[in-house]
Write a protein that binds this ligand. Structure first.
Ligand SMILES: [Zn+2]
Ligand SMILES: [Zn+2]
Length: 381
């Protein structure tokens, strides 16, 4: 491991929707240009860019680290009460290996399926179950520990740090230092370093990259306005607080963290311990078996018709001339559309639920099409 250097382990791309202004390829090119040995992608609550990022990193011969900045519900993920459960904490997760990648996928999926409340949220119960193969960094100013520090709950902050450390394992949990010239970060960083000393926990520096260059901060601000439905002129709107959330060089990071060089070398250590290999030539789709009286097409047709009747009980679609009832029905989506590993994942669920679409087919109805493909999980592959 080189002694000096820096790897960005907390990076948002355009897949942090309306909150990240970096294109994946430009992120990777920037890391290469700055001679960084690796780069992590940690979009907010989702992994939409993971495969594209992984492939591009391979193309440019850069080590990719797949991660996610997850939302952690303050109580259980099933608790969804206004005022109490509206502000989830942030936590940075990185996949070390294939089981870690699988666990990350599981966590993100359950965040949407079970914990969704304004944001896809997981909880500590899920982390206890699916933490193997993951490295956790304590997060930005919205992490649980920084929030407690800002609320002067120092004892609780230490307890939570100890809890995360025992949950992920001592080598897999880092207290995350950030310095984007925000006044509250002085207090947060001071106390994080104190906790690190008291509990012998490692520190790591990140820059929570949201845009590539300093001058892109304005574009990021516009994105944020679109997300929060506000205007640039509005005074009391959500803002970043500085224009320092860009892809900094090692020298810039070194200047910020000269008092804590171990926080910089930790990034290299973490990058070395992350060695995920994804086989992009394999197809990872479920093998769906229709009920015994059906073949794949006839079962899809049945599900489509049932769905149509449920959603449009008085619709003209039910006439014998309906497009969906002919053998060449719209529901007969040709197999090739689902044959490539990427395309199936790229079709947003919502596209199948467009209010006026003839393709309002229940999601499950599409599964029969996937049947000829054998499911194989990355860990097994
Ligand atoms: Zn954050
Ligand atoms: Zn972030």
């Amino acid at each position: 491991m080189p002694e000096k250097g820096f790897v960005h382990l907390h990076t948002h791309s355009e897949y942090s929707l309306l909150d990240g202004a970096c294109k994946l390829e430009s992120l990777i090119k920037k890391a290469k240009e700055l001679k960084m040995p690796a780069l992590a992608l940690t979009d907010h609550g989702a992994m939409y860019g993971a495969i594209e990022f992984y492939s591009l990193a391979q193309k440019y011969n850069l080590k990719p680290i797949i991660g996610c900045e997850v939302y952690l519900s303050p109580r259980r993920r099933f608790d969804k009460v206004a005022q109490i459960d509206t502000s989830p904490f942030h936590l940075t997760l990185l996949a070390k290996d294939n089981p870690g990648y699988k666990n990350l996928i599981k966590l993100v999926t359950l965040g949407y399926l079970e914990g969704f409340y304004y944001k896809p949220r997981i909880d500590k119960e899920l982390l206890r179950e699916y933490h193997q193969g993951l490295i956790a960094l304590s997060g930005c100013g919205k992490g649980e520990i920084p929030v407690l520090i800002l609320n002067n709950e120092f004892k609780k902050a230490r307890e939570v740090a100890a809890e995360f450390s025992s949950l992920f394992g001592k080598d897999n949990f880092y207290l995350e230092l950030q310095d984007q010239n925000l006044p509250e970060q002085v207090k947060i960083n001071q106390h994080l370093q104190k906790i690190a000393k008291e509990l012998s926990l490692p520190l790591v520096a990140t820059n929570d990259v949201h845009y590539l260059n300093k001058e892109d901060a304005n574009s990021q601000d516009v994105l944020l306005c679109i997300q929060t439905q506000s205007t640039l002129a509005q005074k009391n709107r959500l803002k970043f607080g500085s224009s320092e959330f860009y892809f900094k060089t090692y020298q810039e990071m070194e200047r910020l963290f000269k008092e804590v060089p171990e926080a910089l070398s930790s990034t290299l250590k973490i990058a070395e311990s992350c060695n995920l290999k994804i086989d992009l030539d394999k197809i990872y789709l479920p093998d769906y078996q229709p009920p015994s009286d059906y073949d794949l097409n006839s079962y899809l047709k049945r599900l489509s018709e049932q769905g149509l009747e449920r959603r449009y009980p008085h619709s003209a679609f039910h006439t014998p001339h309906s497009a969906l009832r002919t053998p060449h029905s719209a529901s007969r989506i040709p197999h090739p559309a689902f044959r490539t590993p990427h395309s199936a994942f790229r079709i947003p669920h919502s596209a199948l639920r467009t209010p006026h679409s003839a393709l309002r087919i229940p999601h499950s109805a599409l599964f029969p099409l996937l049947s000829p493909l054998k499911f194989q999980s990355p860990a097994e592959g």
